[in-house]
Design a protein around this ligand. Structure first.
Ligand SMILES: [Zn+2]
Length: 126
């Protein structure tokens, strides 16, 4: 059985020598900046993604389109859950012929909704 040594000394700041990570910290910061810049560069490229109108064939970059986020009403259920508005798919309006282009079942474009010119919240009261 091991017993605690009852003799002790208190360590002073000068007794602790921390390993030097200055160079690594500098590299980490530099890498984080590089990562941020690459992500920003990727976003700029993604803003050039296009949607083609099936009515008039106009092709528009998402950077020039407003994204309409549709919300639908969910009735209260049970005794604790109140009613609320849930997000549904998105849509855009063709800048040329003004038809509504629904983006259902295209999750890849919906993931990019933050890169559109703006996001309008639309509440579907039907
Ligand atoms: Zn069109």
């Amino acid at each position: 059985m091991r017993t605690l040594n009852i003799d002790f000394v208190n360590a002073d700041k000068s007794d602790v020598i921390l390993a030097d990570t200055q160079e690594l910290d500098r590299k980490l910061l530099e890498t984080q900046r590089t990562l941020y810049n690459l992500e920003e560069e990727k976003k700029e490229i993604q803003k050039g993604s296009c949607i083609k109108c099936r009515k008039c064939s106009t092709i528009s970059q998402i950077r020039n389109l407003g994204y309409r986020q549709i919300h639908y009403y969910v009735r209260p259920s049970g005794c604790t859950e109140g009613d609320y508005w849930a997000e549904s798919a998105g849509e855009v309006i063709c800048p040329n012929c003004k038809i509504v282009i629904r983006l259902y079942d295209i999750p890849k474009i919906m993931e990019l909704k933050w890169l559109f010119k703006n996001i309008d919240k639309v509440y579907d009261h039907r």
